[in-house]
Design a protein around this ligand. Structure first.
Ligand code: SAM
Length: 229
């Protein structure tokens, strides 16, 4: 993210400077979604759009909606009706909620997604978590298991958990020069990422631990998954 938070974040707490209305409204889509996804993280947005379009069911929860861009691009044929947005940052809930409320029945939950989710067990058709696990605090991917476990618990049998996250290492992970520079900055001085030790192998192992059917691929330095409970 272009703007550093006011002080280093060691635990999951809101970072309103990085997710201000101005950043979400004017910077996030061109700089993060259009530029960084393609040139740094090397993940085609078409893959992320397809992940959403093919797998989101009628009763869905999104973890970390940002400005709601990908949900706003769901095709008219989407099954989605009831949408729960969960986020640590109130501004993301407000911006994404306002953007999506005309189309879907939206409710919001303001909390750290690593903490227990206040939703009925087995009640959801789908959960998504795109491009956010790399910002969740932890010394490695293994510290982020709570979020994956909560997603599994909230889904009905046969429900799908989909997502993508930026990885630092592992088989097939390719960090180009721009990705290396940005990741060093975001994990260091700006402290907006916490993925310096996130590996593809740990992510895949966690998905396989909590879900029965795992489809997983790496694009550049981004792990992308569709898994079924
Ligand atoms: C980089 S943005 C991704 C936005 C969106 N999913 C996308 O793909 O465009 C990360 C999002 O995750 C949220 N977030 C970060 N850490 C979180 C946490 N521990 N719990 C809940 N939400 C979190 C941020 O507030 C933000 O909305």
């Amino acid at each position: 993210m272009p703007q550093p938070p006011s002080r280093p974040r060691r635990s999951n707490e809101p970072n309103p400077n990085a997710y201000s209305p101005a950043v979400l409204g004017f910077v996030y889509t061109p700089y993060v979604i259009r530029f960084s996804h393609r040139f740094a993280w090397q993940v085609p947005n078409s893959v992320l759009h397809r992940n959403h379009a093919d797998n989101i069911g009628a009763n869905h929860l999104t973890v970390g909606p940002g400005n709601g861009y990908f949900l706003s691009k769901l095709p008219p044929s989407t099954a989605l009706r009831s949408l729960t947005l969960m986020d640590l940052n109130a501004t993301c809930l407000k911006v994404a909620g306002d953007r999506l409320r005309g189309r879907f029945d939206v409710r919001t939950i303001e909390q750290d997604a690593l903490k227990p989710w206040p939703v009925a067990e087995g009640g959801l058709d789908s959960v998504d978590c795109h491009m956010m696990l790399h910002t969740v605090r932890g010394s490695s991917m293994l510290d982020k298991e709570g979020l994956i476990a909560e997603a599994a618990k909230a889904l009905r049998p046969g429900g799908r958990f989909i997502g993508a996250t930026i990885l630092a290492k592992g088989e097939g992970v390719v960090l180009n020069g721009l990705a290396t520079r940005l990741m060093n900055t975001y994990n260091g001085q700006s402290n907006t990422f916490a993925n310096a030790n996130d590996s593809s192998e740990d992510l895949r192992a966690l998905l396989e631990k909590h879900f029965s059917e795992v489809r997983y691929e790496v694009h550049g330095c981004t792990g992308v998954w569709v898994v079924t409970r």
